[in-house]
Write a protein that binds this ligand. Structure first.
Ligand code: F6R
Length: 606
């Protein structure tokens, strides 16, 4: 989704804005722009396309020289990607950048048109700029307070006023925004990764709080124009976390970071060999009280929830519903007081997941967030939060975040099962020990790189393929299929292997690739039968199988065998070849792996 940045200081502002925008490229965008004060004039440069195109435009048109400005990467919502619709947008005295959606923009636009104002773009953002200008009578903060009272929807705004050439203003509702504090300089940004090269200290404004940044001071005000005393946060991420460090893409770097990410997430949550979530506010007593669990999330995070369903129901014997958050929020879910609702989200800002969280709270359920981004909206609003400690995930296609989400699902399931008496202390210790060993098994799975690369080479020319599995392997094949389609642009569907005969098998023709996942011994025979049925109809079958599952040569065309691993934990190793297959297929097709078309990293609109 859109990214916003802003800078006040002594450096060349245009260069700071471009370099911080480059750090937000992972969020997904289709155009970019900046506005910089240059000798009291506001100079705007914007272009459809990548930041490289904006740089090229600035090289030919000249780059503004000032020290104060705002910048934006746009992911089109209102109006096609174009130079005109790119941000920043201006109205009279005011120039702004905006992340989010102004739901009542038409109403406001009509009101402003009736007052004689004219618009040049199709965006909701220009409406906000004009509204701010309409209210501006010499005091920017007052104008902002009045304007945001009128606006419905989500926004993080970076604002400059022509009369205040050394100041930027910012305000948020729903959309993320941080205010970075350096030595004699300050920043705004959609997330902290943008500014890590300049500073690690930052404020996190709450909704409706207004930040005022000048070279002399940074102040944050409430809606009553009262100055607020906010805690200063410090980003403790490894300096290199948001860099590629020699890898060709962030995605492959992040696949390789999975063993460490799991270690960092799991080890502090184990005490004396047993899962311990007390630091996150989850006690064994509390776990005994939940009669039903609902999990709501989107995309890959929802797939992590599906793995959670299988293992929580299997081990803890608590019924679990998994919902796509955008469905959950509109289907009047039967959530009760004794229920736990788990929201899973890497970014912690996904609009539908946040709405599902708020709905669950309003229905009286206890809420648990499993979130990667510290201090994000979902983490802040949930009753309890377990942070996944994967560090920043930059590639749009989620890999390490999924891995740590399922790691937390396991910790939770073990703890809930032990609390309920559904498993013995001995079994809980065994399972926890296996989870502590899993980083090594994931490292072994990463060594299947070459096999995955070969499998990918057989897929590049496919128009469509199927992923199949049963039980946990079905949950996993859904993730494998999503990964492939989002970055390779090859159509794929995942199917419960037993469901194929009920319609989908009619799609299978000579040479159609099928990827089967077989890690559960109990279901081996059934899935293998389904593979035979597919092969008999001409399918080219690739199989990812557990070490104890022998695949005969007449059942599959290509076999990727995993190393030894506790069967219950197999998704954590089996997902790796699926991630690698998706990655190499996209690389072989020459796609922009880290920034696939039309996608955004943090989906802050419905
Ligand atoms: C796919 C992917 C998305 C996200 C989804 C939810 O690789 O990354 O499907 O999983 O948009 O995002 P978060 O986890 O930030 O709520």
């Amino acid at each position: 989704m859109c990214g916003i940045v802003g800078y006040v200081g002594r450096k060349n502002c245009a260069e700071v804005l471009l370099s911080t925008l480059e750090k937000l490229e992972y969020r997904g965008y289709d155009s970019a722009g900046i506005a910089v004060f240059d000798k009291n004039n506001i100079e705007v440069r914007k272009a459809k396309g990548r930041i490289a195109e904006l740089r090229a435009k600035m090289a030919s048109e000249g780059s503004p020289e000032g020290r104060v400005g705002i910048g934006h990467t746009r992911w089109a919502t209102h109006g096609e990607p174009s130079d005109i619709n790119s941000h920043p947008h201006s109205g009279g005295n005011v120039t702004i950048v905006h992340n989010g959606i102004i739901e009542n923009y038409k109403e406001i636009k009509n009101m402003l048109i009736s007052l004689g104002r004219e618009f040049v773009s199709q965006t909701d953002t220009e409406v906000a700029a004009q509204l701010l200008d309409f209210y501006y009578k010499g005091n920017p903060v007052e104008a902002i307070i009045k304007a945001i009272r009128d606006i419905r929807g989500s926004f993080a705004l970076g604002i400059i006023f022509r009369d205040f050439p050394d100041t930027i203003f910012a305000v948020r509702k729903e959309s993320p925004l941080i205010v970075g504090i350096g030595e004699g300089e300050s920043f705004i940004a959609s997330d902290v990764t943008a500014i890590l090269n300049y500073t690690r200290d930052y404020y996190m404004p709450e909704p409706d709080e207004i930040a005022v940044l000048s070279p002399y001071s940074t102040k944050i005000y409430g809606l009553n124009y009262n100055q607020l005393d906010k805690p200063l946060h410090h980003a403790d991420w490894d300096e290199n976390a948001a860099e590629k460090q020699g890898y060709a893409h962030f995605m492959i770097k992040e696949i390789n970071e999975q063993p460490d990410a799991v270690k960092t997430t799991v080890v502090p949550r184990v005490t004396d060999g047993l899962p311990d979530l007390s630091e996150c506010g989850i006690t064994y007593d509390m776990l005994r009280g939940f009669k039903r669990i609902n999990i709501a999330a989107c995309g890959t995070a929802m797939h992590a929830g599906l793995v959670g369903k299988y293992i929580i129901e299997d081990l803890a014997e608590i019924p679990v519903n998994v919902d796509i958050a955008s469905e959950f929020r509109y289907r009047k879910p039967l959530v009760k007081k004794d229920d736990l609702v788990i929201i899973i989200s890497q970014s912690g800002e996904t609009a539908d997941s946040l709405a599902a969280l708020r709905l669950s709270k309003s229905l009286g359920a206890k809420t648990l967030a499993i979130v990667n981004a510290k201090g994000s909206s979902i983490a802040r609003e949930a009753d309890m939060t377990i942070y996944t400690l994967a560090g920043p995930e930059i590639a749009v296609a989620s890999t390490k975040a999924y891995m740590v989400q399922i790691a937390v699902m396991y910790l939770f399931a073990f703890a809930a099962a032990y609390a309920n008496g559904a498993i013995s202390e001995q079994r809980c210790r065994e399972l926890t020990a296996s989870l502590l060993e899993i980083p090594e098994k994931i490292s072994e799975a990463i060594k299947l790189n070459d096999k995955a690369q070969y499998a990918a080479s057989t897929l590049v020319n496919a128009d469509s393929l199927l992923y199949i599995g049963r039980g946990l392997d079905y949950a996993l094949s859904m993730e494998g299929s999503l990964k492939l389609k989002e970055i390779s642009y090859i159509h794929s569907e995942s199917y419960a292997a037993g469901e194929l005969k009920h319609g989908t098998i009619s799609l299978v023709t000579e040479g159609m690739p099928v990827i089967a996942v077989v890690t559960q011994k109990e279901l081996e025979e059934k899935t293998v039968s389904n593979m035979k049925e597919l092969k008999a109809r001409g399918a080219y079958v690739i199989v990812v199988a557990a070490s104890n599952i022998l695949i005969e040569s007449d059942v599959a065309d290509y076999v990727i065998n995993l190393g030894e691993c506790d069967e219950m934990l197999s998704p954590m190793t089996a997902v790796v070849p699926l991630q690698l297959i998706a990655y190499y297929t996209a690389v072989l097709k020459g796609n922009d792996v880290d920034r696939p078309r039309n996608l955004a990293k943090s989906v802050t609109v419905e």
